[in-house]
Design a protein around this ligand. Structure first.
Ligand code: AQP
Length: 353
């Protein structure tokens, strides 16, 4: 049977990139899963602390993220939804895996470089004069914790956006390395190497800098649309999105990144409108920039409205159903069971039982 795992950092309310690249796919997988498929979705708070976090803010963000996961349609009865830090085995397996993780491989990962705004060829031993002290061990070894998140549940499939494919490749490498050292035969996997499931909307770009991905931690709040944004906020942000002065609408991400991003967002919000973003521009080609933006904003609003309303209900509605605290507790219990089974197998294989 399949085991599906994915995670999201509680670093703010999810934006359209998180939604189209991950969360909508999570809900779809849940709704279409075979009865014997296990689904685990984690709020990865231990990843969030690889950069400095204010405790009160982090507490609030964790709660908002749980409400967001319910708002996009995850059902705590069907999916195991839990905070990563409630399941200590994630960190325990990370230590074990880090004993065999290659520093060379980790140093080629791009995420720690992009978080510190370093060039792609930066090295951990010499990351540059301004950032040597800024590079913390946790940020550098983050992919090992991510591998552990996946492998501790023996996940077979991991749905993510394109920005995470490199880390999934690393997780497979770590699993294969562990199996090579400790499996009794080459046919049995103690830790199955997970497959990546890439969302069709691979990379939603920032509205204000369309050559960068849309991100929760971007300083500019106008760069992203949140799944909780009101109709007015959506219209305002799309209206101020950076485009160009070429007449008409066409799709070419390299020469028209801003316009192409808007077209992509519209297409992925509602794939029934055309066969591809490029095909969609056939219908839109004569629109002015202003008309395009209104159409895009309206499409976003129509498709995100239910999510926004459910979020308000979960966060502030009270009364019906279990509280967020109870849902988190219940998910943690089930996730601990799943992780405990793997730790038993790992300990036995390594002589730590
Ligand atoms: N712009 C994006 N387009 C498509 N998918 C995206 N994802 C993130 N940004 C985009 C996908 O969302 C999932 C959860 O991501 P995360 O919160 O764990 O970390 P992230 O990738 O670092 O996302 P952010 O928004 O940029 O957060 P911060 O600013 O805190 O680092 C992943 O599956 C990711 O692929």
């Amino acid at each position: 049977p399949q085991v599906i795992f994915s995670g999201i950092q509680p670093t703010g309310v999810p934006h359209l990139g998180n939604y189209l690249g991950a969360l909508r796919q999570w809900a779809k997988l849940q709704n279409e899963a075979a009865p014997d498929t296990t689904l685990l979705y984690s709020i990865v708070d231990l990843h969030a602390i690889t950069i400095k976090q204010d405790p009160a803010q982090l507490r609030q963000w964790r709660k908002e993220m749980l409400a967001s996961l319910l708002a996009v349609g995850l059902d705590p009865k069907r999916s195991i939804i839990f905070y990563q830090s409630s399941v200590p085995a994630h960190s325990e397996l990370m230590w074990i895996l880090s004993c065999n993780a290659s520093m060379g491989y980790l140093s080629r990962m791009t995420q720690w470089k992009s978080k510190l705004s370093l060039p792609d060829n930066a090295s951990p031993l010499d990351p540059g004069p301004t950032s040597k002290a800024a590079l913390k061990l946790g940020l550098f070894s983050y992919p090992v914790l991510q591998a552990s998140d996946i492998l501790i549940h023996r996940a077979t499939h991991v749905p993510v956006g394109d920005d995470q494919s490199q880390h999934l490749e690393f997780a497979r490498e770590v699993a294969n390395g562990f199996n090579h050292l400790f499996s009794r035969s080459s046919k049995t996997h103690i830790l199955p190497p997970p497959e990546t499931i890439l969302s069709p909307a691979k990379r939603v770009m920032s509205l204000t800098q369309p050559t960068k991905k849309m991100s929760k931690s971007d300083q500019d709040v106008k760069s992203r649309i949140l799944i909780t944004d009101s109709r007015e906020e959506i219209f305002k942000k799309v209206k101020s999105a950076l485009t160009d002065s070429i007449e008409g609408v066409s799709y070419d991400p390299s020469t028209r990144p801003g316009v192409s991003n808007l077209v992509e967002i519209m297409y992925y919000m509602d794939e029934s409108v055309a066969d591809s973003p490029k095909a969609l521009t056939q219908d839109l080609r004569e629109l002015s920039m202003r008309a395009l933006k209104e159409l895009v904003a309206d499409t976003i609003n129509v498709h995100i409205r239910d999510v926004r309303e459910r979020y308000q209900g979960v966060m502030y509605g009270g009364g019906n159903g279990n509280s967020l605290g109870e849902i988190g507790e219940e998910g943690a219990g089930r996730a601990r069971e799943s992780a405990g089974r793997t730790m038993g197998i790992v300990r036995e294989a390594m002589g730590l039982d």
